[in-house]
Design a protein around this ligand. Sequence first.
Ligand SMILES: Cc1nnc(-c2cnn(C)c2N)n1CCCn1ccnc1
Length: 117
Amino acid sequence: EENKAEGDSGTVDVMAPCRQLLTELEQHEAAWPFQMPVNGRRFPTYHKVIVQPMDLHTVKERLESDRYKTRDDFCADVRLIFSNCDLFNEDDSPVGEAGHAMHTFFEERVTQLWGDT
Ligand SMILES: Cc1nnc(-c2cnn(C)c2N)n1CCCn1ccnc1
């Protein structure tokens, strides 16, 4: 069980790398479309197409409320941001290009932090 307390020396903060990675995503120059939930009034068709919207602010709220029990739970929500973007945007559109840049950056950092193949 990953979140088990580490003896008397205090618990292991398995989510620290996730918070660090989320900060890097928020500060990325291509993060502008993904910072907050898509506004249904400004983009009425968006919620007809995207059944499970996700954004960096929502990920932050979930991380800070201990909703993610493993780093895979965290990664799944972040990857949802990019799959939603791919579904709704052309590759060569401004939002589509931003999504690809963010996704590439994210997967590179996941490999560096956790060595996933
Ligand atoms: C995020 C995201 N992915 N696709 C869109 C979108 C909604 N309508 N249109 C025409 C899109 N390309 N969005 C919404 C966020 C786009 N955005 C955020 C801040 N400025 C623009």
